[in-house]
Write a protein that binds this ligand. Structure first.
Ligand SMILES: [Zn+2]
Length: 223
């Protein structure tokens, strides 16, 4: 059986990280998040990390081929042999093409896209409360307010809002995302591989919908 890769697409704030972590736990395969991969390479001072750092230091975007190389080094690891859940990649059609070629024969992929309207994303982000002690303890002023104002329910840490979680900045972040990834979505839609999932519901419902959608996708969907 060819190992299965789940490519999870979705705008910032759609809950992609949370869903990717849950899927990876369900499927018993690693969660490969490009953000984590970057940080790990830079921290460990790998050759690829040093090259990426040079671009970041000068405020330039890390080029596609460098990001892709880093990804393939990561997924060549023995833990990815049975598949993985990919989060934060591909961001461009060039990356999507390279990914298709690189996976050929070794893995097949399913591409799930979390769909959430911009208004909902702005509302979600602008009420978000983060915990100073643990980045995974997230509350929301409207949807999941803490029992005591300003205090994390899980650990008692102080809650705060990120400076860039204001509506104007979130809207701009989304505009950039849509502009950049619309062609990627189109790329997968055109070859019939895109599986849209309603991301505008509770995390549990999104998780259920994702499992259903992925479960019914055919293995041949990979190429
Ligand atoms: Zn906390």
């Amino acid at each position: 059986m060819v190992a299965q890769v789940v490519i999870l697409l979705g705008p910032p704030g759609a809950g992609k990280g949370t869903q990717a972590r849950r899927l990876s736990a369900d499927l018993g395969v690693p969660h490969v998040a490009t953000g984590d991969m970057f940080r790990a390479n830079v921290e460990e001072g790998t050759e690829l990390g040093r090259r990426a750092q040079e671009f970041m230091n000068t405020g330039r975007l890390v080029p596609d081929d460098l990001v892709t190389e880093m990804l393939f080094v990561r997924v060549d690891g023995v833990d990815c042999g049975d598949g993985f859940v990919l989060d934060g990649f591909p961001r461009t059609v060039g990356q999507a093409d390279t990914l298709d070629r690189g996976m050929d024969g070794r893995w097949t992929s399913s591409v799930a896209s979390l769909e959430v309207p911009d208004e909902a994303l702005v509302e979600r982000a602008s009420g978000r409360l983060l915990c100073r002690e643990d980045g995974n303890h997230i509350h929301h002023a409207i949807f999941s307010p803490p029992v005591t104002e300003g205090v994390c329910d899980q650990c008692g840490g102080a809650l705060y809002r990120r400076d860039d979680d204001v509506p104007e900045v979130v809207a701009e972040r989304l505009r950039v995302y849509r502009e950049q990834t619309a062609p990627v979505i189109e790329h997968y839609a055109q070859n019939g591989r895109l599986l849209p999932v309603d991301g505008n519901q509770s995390p549990d419902d999104v998780h259920r919908a994702l499992r259903e959608t992925l479960g019914s996708s055919t293995v041949e969907g990979g190429k």
